[in-house]
Design a binder for this molecule. Structure first.
Ligand SMILES: [Zn+2]
Length: 234
């Protein structure tokens, strides 16, 4: 069930086992992917979750502005400071609990939100909420590389996924082949141009809709299993 289109009466009679909250950001993704890439991907996954579980889950409208300091210098990025995002997400979690749901799947679309989400989940756990955070590119990294080896920010994986979810918003004529995202790097704004030149890591030029279909199947199949476990857990 989608919260956005559910009536209060329907909600009162529902027995949701879990809430799903997509969390993304508005951030530059090279010169070929839309600023909303990190919202488009989790929203598309959430649609599939809703189709599978129907009335058992409450799919919520996403939190579309996230913490995005590293890419803020490129046009169109909107950076929300960590404490603001944290309080906002904790407040949403508390409201979910107050409405009778004590399990939340945070469907994350953006790396800059990771640490905030773990902090939010920890706070909510003291208030009786069980959370699971899924950052798809970390969770299924090895399998994703089999399909799209040039992974990265606006790389082969994200490009393929957006080509499947929102093909009209991709401009492949401006796709780039960027460096690999380093496993460890200094926290330094002065090094951004070297680490993420043009706002890209990985190879966006290799993205295809076909790979996007395979990636969504891989990611969604795994997430549906996780959801089943979460809904059956104590
Ligand atoms: Zn992204």
């Amino acid at each position: 069930m989608k919260l956005q289109t559910t009536t209060s009466h329907e909600f009162a009679n529902a027995k949701y086992k879990c809430a799903v909250l997509p969390v993304g950001t508005i951030e530059a993704h090279g010169t070929h992917l839309p600023l909303g890439t990190d919202n488009i991907i989790p929203d598309h996954i959430a649609e599939r979750i809703e189709k599978e579980f129907g009335d058992d889950v409450l799919v919520m409208p996403g939190v579309m502005y996230g913490h995005t300091y590293y890419l803020e210098k490129w046009h169109g990025s909107i950076n929300i400071p960590t404490p603001v995002l944290r309080e906002y997400l904790v407040s949403i979690g508390r409201e979910i609990k107050r409405n009778g749901i004590d399990k939340i799947l945070f469907l994350n679309g953006h790396g800059g939100n990771d640490s905030v989400l773990y902090d939010v989940a920890e706070t909510l756990s003291y208030e009786g909420v069980t959370s699971r955070i899924i950052s798809w590119w970390l969770e299924y990294e090895d399998e994703i590389r089999h399909i799209a080896p040039g992974t990265g920010h606006a790389g082969e994986d994200e490009t393929s996924l957006v080509l499947e979810a929102s093909p009209e918003s991709v401009d492949m004529a401006h796709a780039h082949d960027g460096p690999e995202w380093p496993h460890f790097c200094s926290v330094s704004l002065s090094q951004r141009d070297k680490i993420v030149p043009q706002g890209v890591t990985g190879n966006g030029t290799k993205g295809t809709r076909e790979k996007g279909k395979k990636l969504f199947t891989l990611i969604t199949t795994n997430i549906l299993d996780t959801m089943r476990e979460l809904m059956e857990s104590e």
